[in-house]
Design a binder for this molecule. Structure first.
Ligand SMILES: Nc1ncnc2c1ncn2[C@@H]1O[C@H](COP(=O)(O)OP(=O)(O)OP(=O)(O)O)[C@@H](O)[C@H]1O
Length: 356
């Protein structure tokens, strides 16, 4: 069985391209867990550097897999949560703080035409798998025969183009944006409207303007063929940008994604408070990356505490990431698998809650 010391030695033989140090020495092996025949950790890097670190993640996985007795390896590369909002507002969302940030007059929210329901997928913390859940939940809803759209509103790290394998600026016709169609899903991403990394520098007003435009000026549905549900992948966090967005977006409900760890759960709690303030029902919590490495059950306990439904857990599995990287959600690459079954169950509960 591989022990912790040999895992650390293997990881330190892989070098961080920026500091030149080994991965553990460089502090890039966060939450390193070694248990019997498996090991895993999270590599959290600045969002602008995920491309630089993708080969490093692959090298780390290869190094761990090469250890004798090592059966399962999970290295998750995530972008650091970008905290653009001032700390005094994001540190804790007291009711007063939320009221201060809320404009005095009600903000008009334009419903997109011919869209029956708008569902937000949110997370308090970055890198917990929110976009993965958004695209797979969308695919699971579509598998039930619904017509589904996905709007990637994650101005900090739009990942929908990669996860659905779409690229290129969308067409404009008759004053409307034509969404891309991928795997039967209508899709629009802030990443399709900008050059690769431009989205990273967007700030509140610009971001919410772009999202309002994508929401209301995209031909999601028509009178003859309305869209049943539009899944909106929100930017992670609970700061001003998120608050503005959820105030301006006519949301019928939200699901909150968290990993099992306490720090992510605390952020999930803040996200729920934010939705409560704007009177958007939290349809439930989803635990992602659940299992022996990061733990299990944290989100279910948190859902109980918050008195919101618990929608289920999704295991940490390399196939989930590989499918996402290859532009095809795992629900479609492995429709008979365990993960697809979990998403089908979550989709069923969402359909009930949204009365679709
Ligand atoms: N259950 C899982 N098993 C394995 N890998 C996963 C799982 N869920 C997500 N991932 C991987 O973790 C990384 C982060 O996921 P994702 O981009 O969906 O997170 P996010 O919360 O949307 O991130 P961001 O905050 O940057 O928007 C991706 O590489 C994704 O493929």
């Amino acid at each position: 069985m591989p022990d912790r010391a040999s895992v650390i030695a293997a990881l330190d033989a892989v070098l961080d391209p920026k500091s030149g140090k080994g991965l553990v020495a460089a502090g890039l092996a966060q939450g390193l867990t070694v248990a019997a025949d498996r090991a895993g950790f999270v590599m959290e890097v600045p969002a602008t550097e995920t491309a630089l670190y993708a080969p490093v993640r692959d090298a780390a996985e290869a190094a761990l897999k090469a250890l004798p007795g090592m059966e399962r390896v999970s290295v998750v590369l995530t972008a650091e949560a970008v905290q653009h909002a001032p700390a005094r507002r994001t540190a804790s969302l007291s009711p007063q703080a939320v009221d201060q940030t809320r404009p005095k007059a009600p903000v008009p929210t334009d419903r997109p035409a011919h869209v029956r329901r708008v569902l937000a997928v949110a997370s308090g913390k970055g890198g917990v798998g929110k976009s993965t859940v958004a695209v797979n939940l969308a695919a699971a809803l579509a598998a039930r025969g619904l017509s589904v759209g996905v709007l990637d509103a994650d101005v900090y790290g739009p990942s929908l183009p990669t996860m659905l394998g779409i690229s290129g600026k969308p067409d404009y016709r008759d004053g409307m944006i034509e969404p891309h169609v991928a795997h039967g899903l209508k899709a629009m991403s802030v990443g399709l409207l900008t050059q690769a990394d431009d989205a990273m520098i967007w700030r509140g007003p610009m971001a919410s303007q772009a999202i309002t435009q994508m929401l209301t000026q995209t031909r999601w549905g028509t009178e003859e063929a309305p869209l049943d549900v539009l899944v909106v992948d929100l930017p992670p966090g609970t700061g001003d940008v998120q608050l503005t967005l959820i105030q301006k977006t006519p949301l019928d409900g939200a699901v909150i994604v968290s990993t099992p760890q306490e720090v992510a759960l605390a952020d999930a709690r803040r996200a729920h408070v934010l939705f409560q303030k704007v009177k958007v029902p939290t349809l439930g919590l989803i635990e992602n990356m659940s299992g022996p490495i990061f733990g299990k059950g944290g989100a279910e306990a948190e859902a109980k505490r918050l008195d919101v439904p618990y929608l289920g857990d999704l295991p940490l599995e390399a196939a989930v990431r590989e499918a996402g990287d290859a532009g095809r959600p795992v629900v479609l690459t492995d429709p008979d698998g365990e993960v697809a079954a979990r998403f089908a169950a979550i989709a069923e509960r969402v359909v009930e809650a949204l009365r679709l």
